[in-house]
Write a protein that binds this ligand. Structure first.
Ligand code: 9G3
Length: 574
């Protein structure tokens, strides 16, 4: 490919609307252009990278028994009514009517469509297991799409669905996909982690997320230094042991704490550590009033709270609710005498006493509180967010927190959809059984963004060879010069025969401008061909990720280039 006849509209400046580095660089490198909010055109190099990602996904999915197919983007509303999700999803589900006024949606995911297909086509245990997948455009009408391809409304996803005769089979399918995903992210040359994750709205018992490690990632991962434990912070379990302590000798006593409503203010005033103050958080869970208690120096994990309450939706109580439930202004809530439907407490609170809590009276707190004596606690649960000070829940080792970008998520679905849509098979004994499902997603377009978030510098993108639109760029400093042009064409042709995806920069621009552009688009290897070099019988080669430069002899180009290429691949674990 010759740059002068290709189409890479690079930009000198960061576009103002781009907030994160991958969005800035995808625009500046001429890989995407916004059509409208959250919807992007993939320009030639952007599409080329997406195709490389898809090819690796496809190869590994096939290797792990996935069978590729393609479902429509437009889905009939009836299927979503059958699965009882038509109402459950609000405006994020883009709906419309056709000329006959029939309801449709643009598919945000395809559980309903694939289950409808399977219930029609699979009748016998002999046809199971099967794993079908597609690589296809999805649409989710995010209220605030931002960050370019990281959170678009229209995006490319590989979504796979497995169908088994029973849970044991489904676990085997799940394990196959987990291995496939590890292989995919290794072959992409990305630093990633498979982490235990919350299964969220789609239910099911079990899920893993695949996170590309990047400081700008939105998710936080708890990882153990000493074992292979890794979990999304939302899910990370906090083990807590202690032994029951004697009841607090002193009775609960009210103290005036005028205007003091944060944990630290109260702790300072009463000269107690924050860990002796109980934080009382008030919520509405499916309409019920809930108080959740954690130690003052801990953070409540709302996902854990929602899961133990088995709530569809959980929201912080509003000021009006707080004042009516506690009879006090915000900041003085406590478990003693609190009239809510249920009080739940973090595990830590059952192994200590002599607490400070809000008094459910404005400007007053209680001290010497003993929860067993003074309050009605409706259960102790793991409710808090893990910290680096907590021991690993698996091996008691050291936990450390890192940031990640979710690029894959695999779920055990159980019979949630086969039950709702009657997808059954006849077993050996002719008995009708529900099919057991799993689903497995990879954000193909999001991987392109995550790859840039993980690998970039002040000069632009640093692509792994597996994803780079071009693995090498031959920069002809003055292509019009007959000798330079000839040598450049020669190297370009030679690289192509070596199987290198190469771009020849034959543009009639100043060297400095070309160097900046080539750094920006992120090709792993640059070969500079100029008159001076040719006179000395050398080409200059630069490795993008390290900035290392080499002068390699023209008459030994093949071997020298091959060894540089090998080092670059090794750097990305390829
Ligand atoms: C919707 C809308 C948004 C959604 C969903 C449904 C996420 C929805 C979860 C999944 C689960 C898996 C197969 C591939 C891997 C992920 N956002 N989810 O179900 F209607 Cl608007 O998509 N599906």
């Amino acid at each position: 490919m010759r740059w002068s006849r290709y189409f890479i509209p690079t930009l000198k400046e960061d576009p103002s609307e781009a907030e994160v580095i991958s969005h800035k660089l995808l625009l500046r490198a001429g890989m995407i252009r916004k059509l409208t909010s959250g919807i992007y055109t993939y320009l030639p190099t952007g599409w080329k990278s997406l195709q490389k990602i898809s090819t690796i996904v496809r190869q590994e999915m096939n290797r792990f028994n996935g069978i590729e197919m393609l479902m429509p983007a437009v889905q009939p509303g009836d299927l979503w009514i059958e699965s009882q999700r038509w109402e459950a999803y609000g405006r994020e589900l883009l709906r419309f009517q056709d000329r006959h006024n029939r309801d449709y949606c643009i598919g945000p995911t395809h559980e309903e469509v694939i289950t409808d297909l399977i219930r029609r086509e699979i009748k016998s245990y002999r046809h199971l297991p099967v794993n079908l997948y597609q690589i296809q455009t999805k649409f989710r009408d995010e209220i605030r799409p931002r960050f370019g391809l990281m959170r678009g409304r229209e995006f490319i996803m590989k979504d796979a669905y497995s169908f088994d005769v029973d849970d044991a089979g489904a676990s085997r399918s799940y394990e196959e996909m987990r291995k496939a995903y590890i292989s995919i992210f290794e072959k992409l040359g990305l630093k990633f982690r498979a982490v235990e994750a919350d299964s969220g709205a789609i239910g099911g018992s079990f899920s893993h997320e695949f996170m590309v490690l990047a400081d700008t990632g939105e998710d936080t991962i708890a990882t153990c230094n000493d074992c292979d434990f890794a979990a999304n912070l939302e899910k990370a379990e906090v083990k807590c042991h202690g032994d029951d302590c004697a009841e607090c000798a002193l009775p609960a006593e009210k103290i005036a704490t005028p205007g003091l409503h944060t944990v630290d203010e109260v702790a300072d005033f009463l000269k107690v550590p924050a860990g002796k103050v109980i934080k009382t958080m008030l919520y509405k869970a499916d309409g019920r009033s809930i108080a959740a208690l954690v130690r003052g120096d801990r953070e409540l994990n709302e996902i854990k709270l929602k899961n133990i309450l088995n709530a569809q939706n959980l929201e912080m109580a509003r000021q009006a609710d707080i004042e009516s439930w506690t009879g006090a202004r915000v900041g003085f809530a406590g478990p003693v005498g609190l009239n809510v439907d249920r009080i739940v407490a973090d595990l830590e609170l059952q192994f200590d006493t002599d607490w400070v809590t809000g008094a459910n009276e404005t400007d007053a707190h209680l001290k010497h509180v003993d929860l067993r004596r003074d309050a009605q606690i409706g259960g102790y649960f793991d409710l808090r967010i893990i910290t680096e000070k907590d021991p690993c829940p698996r091996c008691e080792g050291n936990i450390y927190l890192t940031k990640g970008i979710e690029v894959g998520h695999i779920f055990k679905l159980g019979t949630k959809y086969s039950q709702a849509m009657k997808a059954t098979y006849l077993d050996e004994g002719g008995k009708e059984k529900l099919i057991v499902m799993g689903c497995y997603g990879i954000g193909v377009s999001r991987i392109l963004a995550a790859c840039i978030e993980q690998n970039h510098d002040q000069n632009g993108i640093i692509f792994t060879p597996a994803i780079a639109p071009f693995e090498a760029v031959v920069i002809a400093l003055n292509y019009k010069d007959e000798q330079v042009g000839k040598e450049a064409d020669n190297v370009y042709e030679k690289l192509k025969t070596m199987g290198v995806d190469v771009l020849l920069d034959d543009r009639d621009e100043r060297p400095g401008f070309k160097f900046k552009d080539v750094d920006l688009i992120g090709s792993p290897i640059q070969i500079v061909i100029g008159g001076k070099g040719i006179k000395n019988g050398i080409f200059e080669v630069k490795i993008r990720h390290s900035g290392q430069r080499f002068e390699i002899p023209m008459d030994n180009f093949d071997d020298e280039f091959a060894s540089i290429r090998k080092d670059v691949h090794a750097h990305f674990g390829l």
